[in-house]
Design a protein around this ligand. Structure first.
Ligand SMILES: CC(C)(COP(=O)([O-])OP(=O)([O-])OC[C@H]1O[C@@H](n2cnc3c(N)ncnc32)[C@H](O)[C@@H]1OP(=O)([O-])[O-])[C@@H](O)C(=O)NCCC(=O)NCCSC(=O)C[C@@](C)(O)CC(=O)[O-]
Length: 302
């Protein structure tokens, strides 16, 4: 097994995790969550998205949240930007990285960003060029890389095509996203292999939702291929507004527990991470969606 010795975790909780929350979450809570994640040692945090507030009201406070974060040297703060309007607003907040988000499914692309895959690439092209000219890193997400809520199973060839299109417009790193968490290890490996036709292993991350409880297995299957970047969500927060019934990303706490147990470094303090997850879960009035966090919180009670 070609397992990496170090893994980089991108916590997407403040963005992917909270974007679908029905109850209002004040900007101050989001900022506090980001602070707690950086205190726990997270070096990459997806803070918010610059999308239409009519489509995703929860992210309407994007600029306020970015302005409230007291930045720490060595931490990369990323934001989603689907088009130039989003990019132009985002750039005022000085993100370290922008994320364009496409899909391997036509139907999902239409539902999520109101355009075809081809049109989405044309929207992303100037965004990637502008970000690069401004010295901002450019990441891409390939949604529905395994399955789509509208089209069912997605062939790896379609993932390869979107990876190629993203690569052609200058996207430097892509996340292979199992948006609805239907993937199982071999299917996820096929989607990753398709992406690796166009990107080096260091430029690909796994982004696994945990709807069917497969996300840790899929993380392990990715590690076996040498993948060492993962998007995870503190307390397992989240879900996509355009993928009904899909749960959040795999909990950061569960991934960190697994990796540390395998002797793989993350630079993250699991106890502080659990506190961050408890903080936001308490605010939302529920338990963290993390088996490891709940087990360790119970243990703390003695
Ligand atoms: C992409 C759009 C904006 C296209 O939406 P559209 O309606 O096609 O855009 P438009 O260009 O025709 O503009 C319509 C209106 O939206 C405004 N507008 C246009 N662009 C922006 C912008 N950037 N920010 C703010 N406002 C914007 C624009 O100004 C106009 O305002 P109006 O004149 O009606 O008042 C829309 O479809 C949208 O916002 N979609 C939301 C998508 C989203 O956030 N989805 C969730 C994140 S993706 C995800 O979670 C998946 C991921 C990444 O985690 C990986 C995975 O698991 O799969």
């Amino acid at each position: 097994m070609n397992t990496p010795q170090h893994v980089k975790i991108i916590d997407v909780g403040p963005r992917d995790g909270l974007q679908n929350e029905k109850q209002p979450v004040p900007a101050s809570i989001k900022v506090e969550l980001v602070h707690r994640l950086q205190d726990a040692g997270l070096k990459e945090i997806e803070v918010t998205s610059f999308v239409s507030p009519k489509w995703v009201p929860q992210m309407g406070d994007n600029a306020e949240v970015m302005a409230g974060v007291q930045r720490r040297a060595g931490v990369r703060y990323s934001v989603l930007t689907p088009n130039m309007k989003g990019y132009e607003a985002a750039v005022l907040s000085q993100p370290d990285e922008i994320v364009v988000f496409g899909a391997a499914s036509e139907a999902f692309s239409q539902k999520n960003i109101n355009c075809s895959i081809e049109e989405s690439i044309e929207r992303f092209r100037p965004v990637a060029a502008a970000a690069k000219a401004a010295g901002i890193a450019v990441r891409g997400a390939i949604s529905c890389a395994v399955g789509c809520p509208y089209e069912g199973e997605i062939a790896p060839e379609r993932v390869a095509l979107v990876a190629k299109l993203m690569h052609d417009i200058g996207v430097e790193h892509v996340g292979v996203a199992d948006t609805i968490g239907v993937g199982t290890p071999l299917k996820v490996q096929r989607a990753l292999e398709a992406t690796l036709q166009h990107y080096a292993v260091d430029q690909v991350s796994g982004h696994f939702h945990d709807t069917y409880g497969m996300a840790l297995a899929n993380t392990l299957a990715s590690l076996e291929m040498g993948i060492w970047h993962f998007d995870t969500s503190v307390a397992g927060l989240g879900g996509c507004p355009y993928a009904k019934g899909a749960t959040g990303n795999v909990a950061t706490e569960d991934v960190v527990y697994m990796l540390h147990g395998m002797g793989i470094e993350t630079g993250i303090d699991l106890d502080k991470l659990i506190d961050a997850g408890k903080f936001i879960s308490d605010f939302l009035g529920r338990k963290p969606h993390s088996r490891a966090a709940n087990a360790l919180l119970t243990q703390r009670l003695g």
